[in-house]
Ligand binder design. Sequence first.
Ligand code: DC
Length: 267
Amino acid sequence: MTQDDTVLLPIMTQSPDSHLDETGGLLAGTSASDSRSVVVAIDGTSGSGKSTTAKALAELLAGDYVDTGAMYRAITWWMLQQNIDVHDAAEVGRQVGNARVEIFASPSSFSVRCNGVDVSADIRSVHVTEAVSAVAAVPAVRETLCAYQRDLAGSAKRRGSAMVMEGRDIGSVVLPDAEVKIWLEADLAARAKRRAAEGEGPVAATTERLISRDERDATRAVSPAQMAHDAVLIDTTFASVDEVVATVLEMVHERMGTNAGGPHVAT
Ligand code: DC
């Protein structure tokens, strides 16, 4: 798979008895256990469908799900709580060690805590959304969270669990050895509409925020948001969640040699 492999959806032809909304539907007969310890990196722009896709995939694989954006948001939430100027990179770097982030890596009940406080809801505020790119650009913040993210992937591997991790640099920097790497993209208008529907505010303001956040994330000096050279680009503008998930699941099976009816390839 190469960067040139843009997947144009819909491309899946599902058999009539395959149901994505029932765990085991598409996995039935394909031996889910063979894909047990697969690591899937799902990166992409804001509003491209990363979370929905990653959660659904993790459910189907009965694996762990990690939203790395939530970690950056949790640290940002704490900085704001402490009245730390998020644009003072040196101060943010000095303080990051005082914010202990912990996540519960379940696709059905993912949650994030900071210094023992469950901040899963608070990190979605506009206040945090507007400040998070600045915090995510600080090298010490990235080093701290990157180490934690690698620990989580290592722990899943040791348990024989699949890991679906979403973010901006998972395939390129955090988990370069991930077996499946996806970059999700969608038109700006579609992304703004999705984010606005999720409660981020009016479409016009959401569009402005998306443009500036994507620009800051893609141009920061350390670990910019970028598609890994061996990731597969999926355009989700006109695709349903089911179609995107089915496409990624098919890639997992191909990569792990667990295609229904196909030969099992030892990895
Ligand atoms: O996916 P999200 O919108 O919750 O991400 C919040 C911010 O964190 C966004 O500005 C991008 C940044 N981020 C990052 O720099 N690296 C990641 N692996 C995940 C998110």
